[in-house]
Design a protein. Sequence first.
Length: 163
Amino acid sequence: MVEEFLRFQSVVDEMVRQIRVNKDKCSGCRYCELICSYRESLRFNPRDSKIRVAKYDERGIDKPVLCRQCVTCPPIDACPTSAFRRGDGGVVRIDAESCMSCYLCVDACTVGAVFRPRVEGPPLVCDLCGGKPSCVEKCPTRALTFADEDASLGATPNESEVP
């Protein structure tokens, strides 16, 4: 219990880097999905991407969905092998060698930002491209920004929830 508190406190004490989403600027072009998939698999296939654009046509809203780097991260607790964990700088990562591809983390993520891969293997979760997210750099409408966020907030403050 003490060890878990200290781990949690060390994350809270750090500034968490995260990608912020401004859904009002998103055009739904899905360029972020393509650039991410190419970075991950050298293929332009949105199913290989660690970011997905959710479309709410009835409301005219397109919203990128990706890991918010939440302080309280249910997928970490759900992982039976501890493959889903925080790496350097508190960034969520998956250790592919430890992962048994049970996908409990996919079900545990409360924002739907952990994805099943197109082929058998570890789930897909945004790891911020090692500190230089390709989706942020290439977003034509600047709907995605990369910023430091007070870790105690957990979620992105300028992102309103959509059904």
